[in-house]
Design a protein around this ligand. Structure first.
Ligand SMILES: [Zn+2]
Length: 223
């Protein structure tokens, strides 16, 4: 009769098998990305957070720093901002949407490149992430922005349900370079009648139905 493997030996064997295969796959994927010219930050972003990192708050004693840290994501966003500025493609802003340690959306400022005043880095990163998730919500995601988001991007972040924003440079630090989203924050905080953009209520003359009622009757509610 064949002798059964002792459970302890089986467990140890499985543990080593799991880690050897895991490390081999990581090494292969990393080497491949290196060959095709991916940057260190991009390679790090592709590595899955391992079990050890999960239980050790981001620090993996076995694989040593294999999990991309919050700082590494920020450096990636800043690097994108630098490249965007030096290439002349757009203003110095970059942003990443990250879920479970993986980048699911990225963007750089493309306002001047596309003549689109809404093409801010965070907006483009959110658009890509929403496409990736096939959802208008990004709950559980965090956003890394090289610069503190402007009111438009912050509003978009609220719409997605993202709860944490990491930003590199504050809006005050951007002012000497000609970027002043703080002025819009100040405007929004003012009573409507004191803002530089005049808001004039012009009501439906009833020749058209109330679109909200149409919505309610046909589509229901968003949430
Ligand atoms: Zn913005």
């Amino acid at each position: 009769m064949k002798k059964a493997l002792h459970p302890t030996v089986g467990c140890i064997a499985f543990y080593f098998y799991r880690h050897i295969v895991g490390l081999a796959c990581t090494f292969f994927k990393d080497s491949l990305m290196k060959v095709i010219g991916k940057s260190t930050a991009e390679r790090q972003a592709c590595r899955k957070p391992c079990f050890h990192a999960t239980i050790n708050k981001g620090k993996c004693p076995v694989r040593g720093g294999i999990m991309m840290t919050e700082q590494a994501f920020m450096q990636k966003a800043i690097q994108m901002a630098c490249e965007n500025a030096s290439s002349g493609h757009g203003t110095p802003y970059g942003a990443l949407v990250v879920k479970d340690g993986h980048i699911i959306g990225s963007g750089v400022n493309e306002v001047t490149a596309t003549n689109d005043p809404t093409a801010h880095a965070e907006i483009l990163a959110i658009r890509e992430a929403c496409k990736h998730e096939n959802s208008i919500k990004l709950e559980g995601c965090v956003i890394y922005a090289s610069g503190e988001p402007c009111p438009m991007c912050l509003a978009a972040i609220y719409y997605t349900g993202i709860k944490t924003v990491y930003y590199g440079y504050s809006k005050e630090e951007a002012v000497p370079f000609g970027f002043n989203s703080g002025a819009i924050y100040e405007q929004i905080a003012l009573p409507m009648e004191q803002r530089s953009v005049q808001m004039k209520k012009l009501e439906n003359d009833q020749s058209e139905p109330n679109p909200f009622v149409i919505w309610e009757q046909t589509q229901g509610k968003l949430d």
